[in-house]
Design a protein around this ligand. Structure first.
Ligand SMILES: NC(=O)c1ccc[n+]([C@@H]2O[C@H](COP(=O)([O-])OP(=O)(O)OC[C@H]3O[C@@H](n4cnc5c(N)ncnc54)[C@H](OP(=O)(O)O)[C@@H]3O)[C@@H](O)[C@H]2O)c1
Length: 357
């Protein structure tokens, strides 16, 4: 059975789930952990995730990653850096990441080239995978498109009360929670975020054999009518407590592709918000395909889970999709930049039995 050595880079919310996933995966072996925080340096990987010790000690030194005998690095920092990604690839380690770049060939072809060239120089492969983007936004709608013949619209909607998501970067920088309208309008990440969502729209279009001819962004938000407690601190009355992004691509083939995220810090009744929005469902994802076949695919967690468990499981899907892709990525024809359009089906792995090839 093929077996791969893995280095975990960054241990935030997603990185910690990735560590758990690596330790349980029958084909993977954890060989190192790279952290940023001084407090985590020197800790055993098991201590970072609250399980038994593993003998793998967290280091802050990038050279430790580059000089290691790892086959693959699971790269989970915030912010991410294309230079870091290239450095790892050039050192001859495959990279899988929940960070961009999912399909940058249209939006940022220079970065696509840079990563592809670094991967080729290192003789390895690169893949972005995750939940949304990295699953809901492109892999799953493309999978279900195989049930359709004529498609007019594909719409992906993510909704969720994210009060317990503890990534300050994602909550505040990406989702504008606690920002004023002026701060949200001037968010320095705005253009980059739009490009990131357009990448997924491009992948869906190109997977369907067409291309995007025009893009559109709509951004709406609702303020808190009282102070609201979250895992990243109090969001003050009068600041953003619901953030709604809608990115759309119109294609040559007439298919409209819509990516929508509605993140809020309240329950579905929205009593803490200054106005209510018509939210399609309390939490989870809907993939809707309209055409000669009309499909609504709802993905959710069981209602008996607590809210915190649902948020944690949502973030675990991000990490586990990356982890489960590692053997495929390491075995894929290469070297170079890979996307879901290049790889075989990513599946969970619970044992060592090898199906017939
Ligand atoms: N595709 C998807 O579905 C999806 C979903 C969720 C998140 N993401 C992405 O996954 C990444 C991780 O998300 P997360 O929720 O785990 O975020 P997080 O909890 O904020 O963790 C980010 C980690 O980055 C490290 N870090 C600290 N300072 C840094 C710096 N200056 N430069 C680079 N890294 C630094 C820290 O690692 P240590 O704690 O080890 O020191 C920190 O824990 C983010 O880039 C996010 O955008 C993708």
């Amino acid at each position: 059975m093929s077996h791969y050595k893995v280095f975990q880079w960054a241990t935030g919310v997603v990185g910690k789930s990735a560590l758990k996933g690596i330790l349980r995966h029958p084909k993977l072996e954890l060989v190192g952990v790279k952290v940023y925080s001084e407090e985590k340096e020197g800790l055993d990987a098991g201590e970072i995730i609250g399980t038994k010790k593993t003998g793998v000690i967290a280091q802050r030194d990038v050279e430790a990653v580059l000089k290691s005998d790892a086959d693959c690095v699971v790269y989970c920092p915030l912010p991410w850096s294309p230079d870091d990604i290239c450095q790892i690839l050039e050192a001859g380690k495959h990279v899988v990441t929940p960070c961009p770049y999912f399909y940058p060939f249209v939006q940022t072809p220079d970065i696509a080239d840079m990563i592809d060239s670094a991967a080729r120089r290192g003789g390895v492969n690169f893949l972005s995978a995750g939940c949304n983007p990295g699953g809901i936004a492109e892999r799953f709608p493309l999978t279900f498109s195989g049930w359709c013949n004529q498609i007019d619209r594909i719409r992906m909607t993510e909704c969720g009360d994210c009060r317990t998501y503890s990534s300050e970067g994602v909550m505040k920088l990406v989702m504008n929670m606690g920002a004023t309208a002026q701060e949200a309008e001037g968010n320095p990440l705005k253009e980059m975020l739009a490009k990131n969502w357009f990448e997924s729209i491009d992948m869906v279009a190109e997977g369907l054999g067409t291309r995007v001819t025009s893009y559109d962004v709509e951004h709406d938000y609702i303020f808190a009518n009282q102070d609201i407690e979250t895992a990243v601190g109090i969001v003050k009355e009068g600041t953003i407590a619901l953030n709604h992004y809608r990115h759309t691509g119109q294609t040559e083939a007439g298919v409209e592709i819509i990516q929508e995220q509605i993140w809020y810090i309240d329950d579905i009744r929205q009593t803490r918000l200054q106005r209510k929005m018509d939210i399609p469902r309390e939490s989870g994802w809907r993939i809707a395909l309209e055409g000669d076949v009309n499909l609504n695919i709802d993905i959710d967690f069981p209602p008996e889970l607590t809210h915190d468990e649902r948020v944690a499981q949502g973030l675990s899907t991000t990490a586990f999709h990356c982890i489960n892709a590692i053997p495929l990525l390491c075995e894929a024809d290469g070297p170079g930049f890979k996307t879901y359009l290049d790889l075989k089906m990513i599946m969970g792995c619970l044992g060592t039995y090898e199906p017939r090839s």
